[in-house]
Design a protein around this ligand. Structure first.
Ligand code: G6P
Length: 615
């Protein structure tokens, strides 16, 4: 959701503030937005420009009506919540010489607006943000930081705010509560951003801000205080990827590139997790071993694709560790009065680390006394910071809204967690664990082999661009793979798609099957799982007998599926529990190729945001 960039340099009249902010907004486009705007503090006062639609609309406008050079700038991509995506509702919002941008929702904006209207304020937009602009303008008495402090005390909800004032050139003030904001440290210049992508082209040195903090940047200083006005400290870190990781690198879309990044994403996530004796070490865990030994239940909380990685984790962790695992959508968990206690381990899975639904569930779990372990791809983000422990995935920046490589890295991290718990609790012998780890380390090459065969998948996808509905069937770990395959098609191709547990077919969904209905079936390995395999092969026959066109994902050498499949996509032989890491890849390629054939923007699908920072 909304992208935020702020910049201050030493020169009073330079084009760099605007350039930095616009290029930062470009790198934040992936978050999802529907309008964009900038404000520059120039020697002659504040200038702003904002446009509905994509960033190119703003760039065209700026080419026609260039802004004067200045000392500082703020920029914003807005994902509409209060008021439609119009020029007027785009940020920044100005009141006199002050401009403000905002991510989040001011929950008490209606009360504040009524008060401001009664006091004669004139509103030019339908946004909650404009309320903040009026409050700041009224509170400003020459010190923008102090004004921010006074105003945040009156706000409820979630917000990142950045403000500039023409009377305070060379200064940007930011504040955050329940919404992300990081500082980038430069030489004679400083940056603010929703995430490090905002300034990664200029610096890798960053500061992580805590909850309820206000930051004031100038060209040569960064001052952090709490909402209570007391000096506060922010944690410094160095970003471990560079700007090239966030470019398409010759691929047609970020999603296409990220699908191809997957062998490396999985390999990097598995890297350096064993000691010289081959035992697993998860250094970042920070929960005492005794506590992990005593847990009697695991609850995975997550949303979207991350929740499906949790579904896969359930099968693996229960099998390896004999601990019951529940998987719950984070937004449902919080409101159902879940039974958690000190012996519950809550595992929060989130690529961005900022998903508000997941964050709120994390807080709720901790309040109830559970330990929370975050599996996250974004260093310094809020969810790992508020958890008891973190296991970072190392997928690198994921830009496309529809998650691919982060999903595989999350699944790999879940396996590591399961194996580590099995080691700690002695539910698997060391040689068994070593064997599974070896199988896991073989996965990046197997994923690469699926990618090497992508043309066959693309070819079929391109021919099916006019289909209106797809069904996906799977059993055991193939079930979450089916759900994820359906989600990819919904997200980027806007096609109605449903994933089912294959056994559920005869309890209702089979009524949907008609002549020509395309049905994907994820077939488990026949090796050692012949009953499960036989059941799924029967399911293929059941739908085919009713006219379905069957697209079957089956492992190399599985000839039993051939008579019933219209198309077979092959994946390398892989132990059953680890198979999702290969089985999901053809489904990702299929969705990406089909959406591309429909002429859709696969990286930024309509209505969706990469990082959903509102509940
Ligand atoms: C949004 C995105 C999904 C993503 C989900 C969870 O809905 O559009 O692609 O799976 O959020 O995101 P997270 O960052 O918590 O993994």
């Amino acid at each position: 959701m909304c992208g935020i960039v702020g910049y201050v340099g030493r020169s009073q009249a330079s084009q760099r503030p605007l350039e930095v902010v616009l290029s930062g907004l470009g790198r934040l486009e992936y978050r999802g937005y529907d309008s964009a705007g900038v404000a520059v503090v120039c020697p002659d006062g504040l200038v702003t420009a904002k446009r509905a639609g994509k960033l190119t609309n703003l760039l065209d406008d700026l080419a026609e009506h260039p802004l004067a050079p200045g000392s500082a700038a703020i920029g914003h991509t807005r994902w509409a919540t209060h008021g439609g995506p119009t020029d007027g509702n785009a940020h920044p919002h100005r009141v006199g010489g002050l401009a403000v941008i905002h991510n989040g929702i001011i929950e008490n904006f209606a009360t504040l607006k009524a008060e401001l209207l009664a006091d004669g304020a004139e509103f030019l937009s339908d946004t909650d943000t404009e309320v903040v602009a009026h409050l700041l303008a009224r509170a400003y008495e020459g010190d923008l930081t102090e004004a921010m402090r006074a105003v945040v005390a009156r706000l409820d909800g979630a917000f990142t705010l950045l403000a500039v004032h023409e009377d305070a050139p060379g200064r940007v003030v930011g504040a955050r509560r329940n919404s992300p904001l990081v500082v980038g440290l430069g030489e004679g210049e400083n940056f603010l951003g929703s995430d490090v992508a905002a300034f990664i082209a200029s610096t890798k040195e960053a500061l992580e801000l805590g909850q309820d903090q206000i930051v004031t940047i100038t060209a040569d200083s960064v001052d952090v205080i709490g909402f209570d006005g007391e000096p506060a400290t922010a944690t410094a870190y160095t970003v471990d990827w560079d700007a090239t990781a966030a470019v398409k690198g010759g691929f047609a879309s970020f999603m296409d590139k990220e699908i191809h990044d997957q062998p490396k994403a999985v390999a990097d996530t598995l890297l350096g997790r064993t000691d010289p004796r081959g035992a697993l070490v998860l250094d970042e865990l920070r929960i005492p071993e005794a506590a992990l030994r005593s847990i009697d239940k695991i609850i995975v909380i997550a949303c979207g694709t991350a929740a499906y990685s949790g579904h896969v984790a359930k099968y693996a962790i229960e099998h390896w560790c004999r601990i019951p695992v529940e998987v719950e959508l984070a937004h449902e968990f919080r409101y159902r009065d879940p039974i958690v206690g000190p012996r519950t381990l809550v595992v929060a899975i989130s690529q961005s680390g900022e998903t508000m639904d997941t964050l709120m569930a994390v807080r709720h779990a901790r309040e109830q006394g559970a330990s929370v372990l975050a599996i996250c791809n974004t260093h310094g983000s809020t969810i790992p910071r508020e958890s008891d422990a973190v296991l970072y995935t190392h997928a690198g920046p994921e830009v496309a809204v529809a998650s691919t490589k982060a999903f595989l890295a999350q699944v790999a991290a879940c396996y590591l967690l399961g194996l580590y718990l099995a080691q700690l609790r002695g539910t698997k012998f060391p040689d068994e664990l070593r064997e599974i780890l070896e199988d896991l380390h073989a996965l990046p090459d197997k994923i690469q082999r699926v990618l090497d065969d992508e043309e066959a998948v693309r070819h079929v996808a391109q021919k099916m661009a006019d289909e209106e509905s797809f069904l996906f069937l799977g059993r055991h770990v193939g079930y979450p793979v089916a759900l994820e395959g359906a989600l990819k098609l919904k997200e980027i191709a806007y096609i109605h798609a449903e994933g089912f547990a294959a056994g559920e077919l005869k309890h209702g969904p089979i009524a949907l099957v008609d002549e020509g209905q395309p049905v994907f079936v994820i077939v488990p390995s026949p090796r050692g799982r012949d009953q499960l395999h036989a059941k799924v092969v029967s399911n293929i026959q059941e739908v085919r007998a009713r006219g379905a066109r069957t697209l079957v994902i089956a492992e190399d050498g599985d000839e039993a599926v051939v008579p019933y499949a219209d198309v077979v996509f092959r994946v390398p032989q892989t132990p059953s529990l680890l198979a999702p890491l290969v089985a999901v890849v053809p489904l990702q390629i299929f969705a990406c190729a089909l959406a591309t054939a429909k002429g859709l923007d696969v990286d930024q699908p309509r209505n969706l945001a990469k990082s959903v920072t509102v509940e």
